[in-house]
Design a protein around this ligand. Sequence first.
Ligand SMILES: Nc1nc2c(ncn2[C@@H]2O[C@H](COP(=O)(O)OP(=O)(O)OP(=O)(O)O)[C@@H](O)[C@H]2O)c(=O)[nH]1
Ligand SMILES: [Mg+2]
Length: 183
Amino acid sequence: MRVELVSSSTENFPPKDRPEVVFVGRSNVGKSSLINLITGRNVAKVSKQPGRTRTVNFFLLEDKLYLVDVPGYGFAKRSKEERNRWKVMMENYFTERRDNIKRVFQLIDALVGPQASDMQMMEWLSFMGLPFTLVLTKADKATQREISKTTKVLKDRFPHAKRIISSAKEGTGKKEILAEIFS
Ligand SMILES: Nc1nc2c(ncn2[C@@H]2O[C@H](COP(=O)(O)OP(=O)(O)OP(=O)(O)O)[C@@H](O)[C@H]2O)c(=O)[nH]1
Ligand SMILES: [Mg+2]
């Protein structure tokens, strides 16, 4: 797929000339890896260490839409100032781009399940009126039983949200996510 990084900044975003979809979730949940999986290119920076993505990154896909990679939340070893900077950056991004965001992919670790920070994020997305699709990540690290458990928790709490199970390592979920993006 044709994909290029067109903007990487904490506050200056590209013109709203294409619709955008954004990937959110805790640090290390696999947002950047998922972008690489669905584009089939190594465009987003990935790291074992949480806190790899530090800016809002816009990837232009097929000249049609932007895939947006943002920094993660819920990383314990982060100072209060850093957490505050994240909050300001994300509030700024979501308020400024709200009408241009067509879908949010909320990533949840399939093995770990939703954490308090994820619940907070999803409640905020609901409050903002932003539609989200749940992506259970790193399915290769979880057993079927663990995946079912996470699925049930999410289904009980967000019965209307679509769920996709993925593994960037094994390539699963790519087709479903692309279908959702281009729908
Ligand atoms: N086993 C496995 N590891 C994965 C998968 N997806 C991502 N990882 C690994 O998880 C780590 C974090 O991945 P990233 O894609 O950088 O995570 P991120 O959500 O972008 O993290 P931040 O940028 O810090 O918010 C890396 O070591 C990846 O290789 C997956 O599906 N399976
Ligand atoms: Mg990242």
